[in-house]
Ligand binder design. Structure first.
Ligand SMILES: [Zn+2]
Length: 148
């Protein structure tokens, strides 16, 4: 289960629309909760590091960009809990490439952008044996945000 509010969802959708027809990507920053949920408290947009041609169908985050995002998260006492990217004119379902380049535990949000408009957004988590992605449920309010 992944918790993120309307504002975070809007940020991811808008980033996908902005970078259309290319893929956008970014980090999900927040915390791993004790109850097993993940809470997204911030999105961290990063550019797509691939060449023009490949930007259409495969996202890649450079190690230094990931490191920068991780440092930012640590400074705020948060963690990188996952990644998001867009699928221009494709379904919000991870590709084989996405599966091959994913790690367990993290959440992968995919936003489908059709003709420049974000139409679907889903979160995925990899099976521990790396065989496939399972869709992850959303909930609107995170545990951390509910804390006084
Ligand atoms: Zn993808």
């Amino acid at each position: 289960m992944i918790a993120l509010n309307q504002q975070r969802l809007t940020e991811i959708r808008e980033h996908g629309e902005q970078d259309y027809p290319f893929e956008c990507c970014g980090l999900l920053i927040g915390s791993f909760e004790k109850d097993g949920r993940k809470s997204v408290l911030e999105t961290y947009p990063i550019s797509n590091a691939r060449e023009e041609e490949a930007k259409r169908n495969r996202f890649l985050i450079q190690p230094d960009e990931l490191l920068r995002g991780e440092r930012y998260a640590v400074k705020k006492k948060l963690d990188v809990i996952g990644f998001y990217h867009s699928h221009p004119d494709e379904r919000a379902v991870p590709s084989k490439y996405d599966l091959d380049h994913a790690w367990p535990t993290y959440s992968y949000i995919v936003v489908a952008v059709e003709k420049g408009e974000a139409v679907d957004l889903r979160s995925w988590e990899m099976e521990p044996d790396r065989s496939r992605f399972n869709q992850e449920e959303f909930c609107a309010v995170s545990v951390s945000e509910a804390r006084p």
